[in-house]
Design a protein around this ligand. Structure first.
Ligand code: PEP
Ligand code: MN
Length: 338
């Protein structure tokens, strides 16, 4: 069980709650979280009466230990937390944020060509992996640091914010030099050590849903980052594994309005990994925006058939432009602009 204290609570208020807990036979400790002070019951064998704690001054709420929503829970009237994406964009505001680019960084001129094309069509961020978490160790693993330099050059030329994946703590210094937003991939959403380290950085984070992660596990992964003091987390629904293998993953769109109901964290959708099929990317983008997504992450390649990774789910710049044009109507229906 945890007791969430009002951010303005003093040490006397905290001491008072801890004394009440002591009288009930509970042992507690105080945690300084990103949002404020939390008292956690760590032991003891007494019966804890929640209503007594709820009545104490400066107690905001008393929740079960497993309650996944702490730092960013949404109360009626709350706005979505706006997360900066580079110098010119935010995710979670009225304007939808579309991040597009190749699955992997392949070479400089190709990356620049894609970057210019997506920017012209209205993207505010450029995606592209320099470190690639591949299922097979015998396939292309990404260009590594040279790929990061190519991304940095693309930002210089286009002004697009860079979103790229960091797979482990050892890569963090190099990736954060280049990235405007650190991507945590689906495979790595379950790594508490990486999440905690990313939580100590002054860089926004894109948290992709693990393909087998429950709603609660997904939210708690974000909580790991926020616990370190970094509240700039954007969730990304990228599909979960179901019995169906016609599509690579099943884009679980219901999570979008659900996140909006309970959390102030922004959430975007990745219809590329969420379907695995290029022709499904456009309709699922419309659907995600209609569901209230704050933005999209889309794989775009000038020649998808030749992409080194994920070509089958990449759309080309012409398809991307048409997607962006038609997306406006869906944005409007959702009360957003593009
Ligand atoms: C990607 O964005 O290219 C990627 C590897 O995504 P995911 O971690 O969702 O599989
Ligand atoms: Mn990919």
């Amino acid at each position: 069980m945890i007791v969430v204290m009002n951010p303005d609570s003093s040490s006397e208020h905290i001491g008072h709650v801890q004394r009440l807990l002591g009288e009930m036979g509970a042992v507690s400790c105080v945690i300084q979280s990103a949002r404020g002070k939390i008292i956690e019951i760590v032991g003891g064998n007494g019966h804890v009466d929640k209503s007594i704690l709820e009545g104490a001054p400066m107690v905001e709420r008393v929740a079960d230990e497993q309650s996944p929503l702490m730092a960013m829970d949404r109360k009626p009237g709350d706005q979505t937390h706006e997360v900066p994406l580079g110098k010119h964009a935010v995710i979670g505001g009225k304007k939808l944020a579309v991040i597009a680019g190749p699955c992997s960084v392949e070479d400089q001129s190709l990356l620049l060509e894609i970057a210019h094309a997506v920017k012209e069509a209205g993207a505010v961020g450029l995606r592209g992996g320099a470190f690639k978490p591949r299922t097979s160790p015998y396939t292309f693993q990404g260009l590594g640091e040279p790929g990061l330099e190519m991304l940095a050059r693309a930002r210089e030329e286009t002004g697009l914010a860079i979103v790229t994946e960091v797979m482990c703590v050892q890569q963090l210094d190099a990736v954060k030099e280049c990235a405007d937003m650190l991507q945590i991939g689906s495979r790595n959403m379950h790594l508490p050590v990486l999440l905690a380290k990313v939580g100590e950085q002054d860089k926004p984070v894109l948290m992709k849903r693990g393909w087998s992660a429950t709603f609660e596990e997904f939210i708690l992964a974000a909580e790991y980052v926020m616990k370190g003091g970094n509240e700039n987390v954007v969730l990304c629904e990228r599909g979960i594994r179901a019995h169906e293998d016609y599509v690579r993953n099943t884009l679980a769109l219901a999570i979008i309005p659900e996140v909006k109901r309970v959390s102030r964290l922004p959430i975007i959708a990745d219809p590329s990994h969420g379907t695995g099929r290029a022709h499904l990317v456009t309709p699922m983008s419309y659907a995600a925006v209609a569901c209230g997504a704050d933005g999209l992450l889309i794989e775009v390649h000038v020649d998808p058939r030749r992409a080194w990774t994920d070509g089958s789910q990449s759309i080309d710049p012409v398809q991307f432009r048409s997607l962006m044009t038609n997306l406006k109507a869906f944005a409007e229906v959702s009360g957003r602009t593009l």
